[in-house]
Write a protein of this length. Sequence first.
Length: 479
Amino acid sequence: MNEIRFHNTLSNRLEALAPLHPGEVRIYTCGPTVYDFAHIGNFRTFVFQDILRRFLLSRGLRVMQVMNLTDVDDRIIQKAAEAGVSIREYTEKYIEAFLADMAALNLQAPEEIVRATDHVEDMVDLIERLKEKGLTYESEGSIYYRIAKFPEYGKLSKIDVGGMKAGARVDNDRYEKDDARDFALWKAPKPGEHFWETRIGPGRPGWHIECSAMAMKYLGETLDIHTGGVDLTFPHHENEIAQSEAATGHPFARMWMHAEHLIIEGEKMSKSLGNFFTLRDLFMKGQKPSTIRYLLLSVPYRRQLNFTGDSLKQAEASVERLRNFVTRLKTEGFAAGSNAKIEKLADKAEEDFDAGLADDLNTAFSLAAIFDLVREVNTAMDRGEFRQQDAPRIVAAMQKFDPILAVLNDDDADKLAKVGFVPKKPRMNAEAVEALIEQRNVAKKRRDFKKSDEIRQQLADSGIILEDSKDGSVRWKYK
RNA sequence: GGCGCGGUACCCAAGUGGUAAGGGAGAGGUCUGCAAAACCUUUAUGCGUGGGUUCGAUUCCCACCCGCGCCUCCA
């Protein structure tokens, strides 16, 4: 098997994965800020992270992944106040929605999903450590990190912060800082705002400190991989490095992996452009979970992904092709015996699939390996060169791919129902479908094709596709 | 301006110093009562532009153009 190599933002090159604790990969994943429903762009990043962990698991590695939920920040405080509820109550709804959305997209739950507000103590501890080392200062009740004390600042984003002058920019926080580059570790409470009473005074945590504190609590002072969207590289991850490494004296994350953004119809997604989609928006429009997951995983994570109506159609058709193939394998009858060539095709596909992923999660390459297999096996079937005993081998290959792709085995409607999305019009149940198919069979026997075609059309209007096979049996599926 | 990602057929997209994977879509064909599914053929003498290195470059070097992101607590 090929060596696993990932692109490390820190070195800006491909590096072999070498976990600190052999056999186990410790990953920290920047999760969502739960002030609203997560959008499709967020899920592009989360799908990348899911592919990452699933691939590592497929290699027999243990994965310890921690994902945070940022459940306290300016927006949350403001919105909760507007709604007249506590931060906890306000975020609960969006956390539940996020977990449901994850399940809908077949995103495996990380080993730990942790909330910032459950870890204020850990953050206070970390801030105290920084304080003892003389890396902080206080101003109007807030505590800041003094960037000037961390010479390596900027090593991740390669941003030369030397030019940024204090007061040169509008400070969104409207707190007084000595240097524009400095960031808040702890924010003094504003009147009427929710705050924590702690050893370092009343207030609430800054954004960056939660990730450092929680990552180190669950994964140790040095983790193997830290992931997030490209936009987090600066300042968020840069600040995490500054805080963590200054406090411990050890490297914080050995490898940083960042997912490129998703754009919509060639444009940046934004609320003002009206191209801002949540998952539920897409489900309401009739998009299937498998379609969305496939589209998000089919473009390698370091490439910008253009999310368009056309690309959704293409993704849906691709998933359909794969599913049709599996159905054919399982339902069609083949002549007895086996064909050594088929075994080789399966071996090659499995090898290539894995090699693609090992090469910085090149999902496009891996998918091509699968489609090569699909085409070659279909051809062999059509030519009568595929035998009964070949089927289990190919089914096994497909079942080897799906723990990573996770788009083959689910029934989309069931999936949606399970996570609480109810389609606008209910599907025709299986009994009704079978009954109509039987009527059509009778008509066909009489060679009353007008009638049989009417029935087929009737089913098609209800989203049922029929496939007549040579032996007279009829396969059907929901569109 | 700085940092980063990218510009490959109608669309999505892989890729290598030696002559362009895969998927979708279109066209034609096989199969079928007709469909669906599947298969076959077909759609880039060319991979943003201009130079250079080389026997040979889409792949290496230089310059330039264009798109996008970050540099403002947006994945």
